[in-house]
Design a protein around this ligand. Structure first.
Ligand SMILES: [Zn+2]
Length: 254
């Protein structure tokens, strides 16, 4: 999930990802639709992390994928009110939990060697960071999401360290007249996933001014994925990614 595949990005960059033939439509069930929308937002923040690392030439100490996951939690914590942020984090954690429980995605050697941490590790990492950002209010959430009691102590420090690090490397990204920003690729108005992301793009442009433009596109990719391409400065959110989230939600034991 969320494979940051540079080679694929380059390949797609040559031909350009196919704009969606038939736009993904959110399901009628509100809980399911919220889960998918929230997770698309969390994933968009993750891909934006790759984009910022690229255009701001941010040094990466450790796994870039972990850094992108961390930024995703920082943004959901910073941007949203407590209730909405909690819903987004819960959806994000749920997506990792569903992936971790999927027998088709059982970890093997390629997972251990992958650029991403294991889904179950990503689950605990995002829960720990989110809890650590506001421990007085979020303890019950962390307990409900199964964060081990012995882990609770270190999360506030881990969050602070991560937030300080991202804040330091994002110095100078305030919006301004000489700055560029995120832009939705044209021709996507009325596409539900694109409309959702357009709101996020608007919010991010109030927060960040960038040296280069990053475009955002919703497309058919041929696989359930979302990725940033450094070759054409594009975040692509695949229709198949939303479809896959929906499939996984539907497959939960009722
Ligand atoms: Zn990634």
């Amino acid at each position: 999930m969320l494979r940051h595949i540079m080679i694929l990005g380059c390949l797609l960059g040559l031909a350009g990802p196919a704009l969606a033939g038939e736009a993904y439509q959110f399901p009628e069930n509100q809980d399911e639709a919220d889960f998918i929308a929230n997770e698309v937002i969390a994933t968009f923040y993750h891909e934006l992390g790759h984009g910022l690392i690229d255009v701001m030439k941010i040094p990466v100490l450790g796994k870039e994928e972990d850094a992108a996951d961390t930024l995703s939690v920082i943004l959901m914590n910073d941007i949203w009110n407590e209730e909405s942020a909690t819903q987004i984090l819960t959806s994000d954690a749920t997506a990792y939990a569903l992936a971790a429980a999927d027998p088709n995605l059982a970890p093997d050697e390629s997972s251990f060697a992958d650029v991403h941490s294991l889904d179950i590790q990503r689950y605990y990492a995002v829960v720990c960071l989110f809890y650590g950002a506001n421990p007085e209010v979020r303890k019950q959430l962390a307990v409900n999401l199964g964060l081990p009691a012995e882990k609770l102590d270190s999360c506030p420090r881990e969050y602070q360290q991560a937030a300080d690090a991202w804040s330091a490397v994002l110095q100078g990204t305030e919006p301004g007249p000489d700055k560029k920003g995120l832009v939705m690729a044209p021709g996507q108005d009325g596409v539900p996933l694109a409309d959702l992301l357009a709101e996020e793009v608007k919010g991010m442009n109030e927060k960040f001014g960038l040296p280069e433009e990053i475009s955002v596109i919703v497309a058919d990719c041929g696989e359930a994925n979302a990725f940033y391409s450094s070759s054409d400065k594009t975040i692509t959110m695949c229709n198949e990614y939303a479809q896959d989230l929906q499939k996984r939600w539907d497959a939960q034991p009722k």
